[in-house]
Design a protein around this ligand. Structure first.
Ligand code: PLP
Length: 382
């Protein structure tokens, strides 16, 4: 059995030798209290208030999206994104099995089916090669739409996920989706601040969904956001996420089935303050990642996962790759015993009871990662 105590000492040292080193905790060093006080003092804590509009505008500016629309969670944002690109019951959605459950929950709310394709060894995200190979084998275009020849179902969307903040090879996915008439929705829940060739993740697809859950790089307590290039679509999303109410001074008229997915002003206030410090947070996270990278270069049988050329990752969660499943379990056991919080990568989606009958392409790299990856402490260090 390997002894990981030297690594445990190093990780503790990175975060100032505390009794307990968490995986990822939020940081509040800016205007959070001031903006929250303002909400309470003015009584604008709920569905109306200036911080909602401001947070959307600030995020659009930060990411380069034409329009941003806030939601109550990243899961809501994904659900709404899929509805906005026209996914309906019995459609198929190409995505990765190596993801958090929310990606699949969102498409399941609509009654769509996931098709799980492999990830790249270099990004841990959906592989354009795997997508292309599956489409060449299984897809046919009829009347301008893509169908799975074997199931007869329409293949409506593709949802890559930027795993742990590391951007996927998104430009190639854009081209493939265009060729096959498939809508591209980016699950950018983990990748705020991450860029591919300088362009923010979540702005390549028709819609991109971001999460502001408490464990993310910045948080609104709970919350999410959709990024759009198409302003009309964004307008529609805003309408649908706010009960589809036709604006009027007193009438309650609604023209569509709507959702109460709007983010309260008090959460948006927190988001505005957090966003002011996002670049500082990412700088700190990348410094921590660089320290890990340098350290693990000299550790046999463990690889520290780094972002690939052309990308700038926010290093939301740092990941190491151990030599096999036994080493992964031993590392988890020893670190958690000694007060260093670590977690394995998610259980693969196709191994969960709800998705065990889903189509896959064999998932070679996916399974390789699942048996080896462990996330190590990654909080902002300021
Ligand atoms: C990949 C991925 N997708 C979606 C979500 C959903 O976000 P939320 O927790 O805000 O609903 C998360 C994060 O929690 C995530 O990591």
């Amino acid at each position: 059995m390997a002894d990981y105590s030297k690594i445990i000492d190093f990780i503790k040292e990175v975060y100032g030798n505390k009794e307990f080193t968490p995986l990822s905790v939020p940081k509040f060093i800016g205007n959070e209290k001031k903006y929250l006080d303002e909400c309470i003092d003015t009584s604008f804590v709920s569905s109306v208030g200036k911080f909602v509009d401001r947070f959307e505008d600030d995020m659009a500016k930060y990411t380069g999206a034409n329009k941003a629309v806030v939601c109550v969670s990243g899961t809501n944002a994904l659900h709404m994104s899929l509805l906005m690109v026209g996914v309906t019951r019995d459609d198929e959605v190409l995505t990765q099995a190596l993801t958090f459950i929310a990606t699949c929950n969102a498409l399941s709310y609509i009654g769509a089916y996931p098709v799980f394709l492999d990830v790249d060894r270099s990004t841990m995200g959906l592989s354009p090669d795997a997508v292309k190979e599956w489409l060449v084998k299984n897809a046919e275009i009829r009347n301008g739409e893509c169908f799975n020849k074997n199931t007869g179902r329409r293949v409506k969307a593709c949802v890559p996920m930027h795993t742990f903040g590391h951007p996927v090879r998104i430009e190639e996915l854009v081209d493939i989706c265009k060729e096959y008439h498939i809508e591209l929705v980016e699950d950018a829940a983990e990748s705020i601040g991450s860029r591919y060739k300088g362009r923010h993740t979540g702005t390549f697809g028709k819609v991109g969904a971001i999460s502001f859950n408490g464990n993310k790089t910045i948080t609104t307590g709970g919350g999410g956001m959709m990024l759009f290039q198409d302003e009309e679509l964004a307008k529609m999303a805003k309408h649908i996420t706010t009960q589809a109410k036709i604006p009027h001074r007193w009438e309650f008229k609604h023209d569509h089935i709507g959702y109460d997915y709007r983010m309260p002003n008090i959460n948006a206030a927190l988001g505005c303050a957090q966003l002011e410090n996002l670049d500082r947070y990412i700088k700190s996270k990348r410094e921590v990642a660089a320290e890990y990278e340098a350290y693990f270069k000299n550790v046999p049988d463990i690889e520290f996962f780094v972002d690939s050329p052309d990308t700038y990752s926010n290093y939301w969660l740092n990941a190491i790759i151990l030599k096999d499943k036994d080493a992964q379990l031993e590392f988890l056991e020893q670190t958690n015993d000694k007060g260093v919080m670590t977690r394995p990568i998610w259980e693969l989606m196709n191994r969960l009871p709800m998705f065990e009958n889903s189509e896959t392409d064999g998932l070679k790299n996916t399974i390789w990662f699942a048996d080896r990856v462990v996330n190590i402490p990654s909080s902002v260090r300021i």
